[in-house]
Design a protein around this ligand. Structure first.
Ligand code: NAP
Length: 318
């Protein structure tokens, strides 16, 4: 089968597209023939060797994709459309996925749409509903609001009655403006931060290098939800300084919330309902052939993307 892989950690130049042995499906796993595969920041961290990665070599990156079940213990589920978001070795035409990690897709969610919302959507869902837990009328701020997670998070919060502001590069601000964000600020300057100090009940920060700015923006007794470092590692934070203003930093990793088949299904249904009821509008994903892995990593790493980046395989086209 064709796969995108690397033998050594490093820059995009380490990525190779070529033939590797097909995975051996174990009992309890299904074999998924992938159609679309999501590219995420974690793939970049893994390629660089700065993130946890299963011991295997060559390293096939990727954790999420959509496709069709082509082998299973239960023949009745062969042929079903599925999504998975937390299974390694996904940058390949065939992926062995534990049945527990399979999310079966309803008819109205296409393979492309599923892969476009998958991991980022479930992240946005857990950030809003498990970590933020904001009430209608709360004021929140989202860093990188026009990014993949940012767009979905902002729209979930808006649909839940929360007042949403955020930061984005000037060329990406139209995206967030189009779905009714309250105030938008230039993510590449900070002259506005002093003016907006102590305003927000919650700041969601997936840029990371902005954590001190986020702590400035949040109200006394408010919280910063730190969930990633798309803009670089955050500086160290002194809890004594936080205590002086009754500000908190909360963190979370989606893997700690996707703990069973039932949890994945419950969360996916909730997320899909925002889509099918028209409460979330998705920007068209940028699609690369799996063979163009180097270009796709470079595109994401240099912040050129607006929303989701997908790989398409030759297997199935939606
Ligand atoms: N905790 C979890 O479980 C979990 C799960 C999934 C993802 N994440 C994290 O969520 C964050 C967002 O992921 P995503 O998939 O939404 O990524 P994305 O679509 O690329 O969005 C990230 C945004 O960060 C902003 N940014 C600021 N500085 C940047 C820089 N130096 N390089 C690139 N972007 C920069 C960009 O917005 P502007 O250009 O508009 O400033 C960009 O739109 C990442 O940190 C990721 O690791 C966490």
């Amino acid at each position: 089968m064709k796969a995108l892989y690397f033998n050594d950690f490093g820059s995009v130049g380490q990525l190779i597209y070529g033939d590797l042995p097909r995975p051996m499906r174990k009992e309890g796993e299904v074999l998924v023939q992938t159609a679309f595969i999501g590219l995420n920041f974690a793939d970049i961290y893994r390629r660089r060797g700065t993130y946890h990665i299963e011991p295997h070599r060559p390293y096939i990156n990727g954790y999420e994709g959509s496709g069709i079940i082509v082998e299973a213990d239960d023949a009745n589920i062969v042929g079903q459309k599925v999504l998975f978001v937390d299974c390694p070795l996904a940058n390949a035409e065939l992926v062995a996925v534990p049945l527990e990690k399979i999310i079966f897709l309803p008819d109205e969610i296409s393979l492309k749409l599923a892969a476009s919302i998958g991991l980022q959507g479930l992240t946005a869902d857990f950030l809003a509903h498990d970590l933020g837990q904001n009430k209608s009328g709360d004021k929140v701020f989202v860093t990188g609001i026009s990014g993949g997670v940012g767009q979905l998070l902002a729209q979930i919060l808006l649909a839940d009655g929360v007042e949403v502001s955020g930061s984005a590069s000037l060329n990406k601000q139209n995206v967030a403006r189009s779905f009714g964000v309250n105030q938008l600020f230039n993510s590449r300057t900070n002259d506005w931060v002093e003016r907006e100090k102590n305003q927000f009940d919650t700041v969601f920060d997936g840029v990371g290098s902005t954590i001190n700015q986020s702590l400035d923006l949040v109200k006394h007794r408010g919280k910063v939800v730190f969930f990633g470092m798309a803009g670089g590692n955050p500086p160290l934070i002194n809890p004594v300084d936080l205590m002086a203003e009754s500000k908190s930093v909360m963190t979370g990793d989606l893997w700690d919330y996707l703990t069973s088949f039932e949890e994945r299904e419950r969360r996916a249904r909730r997320l899909f309902s925002y889509i099918t009821s028209g409460k979330i509008q998705l920007t068209e994903p940028t699609v690369f052939e799996l063979a163009d892995g180097q270009a796709a990593h470079e595109f994401l790493e240099t912040g050129k993307n607006i929303g989701k980046i997908l790989f398409v395989t030759e297997n199935i086209k939606d």
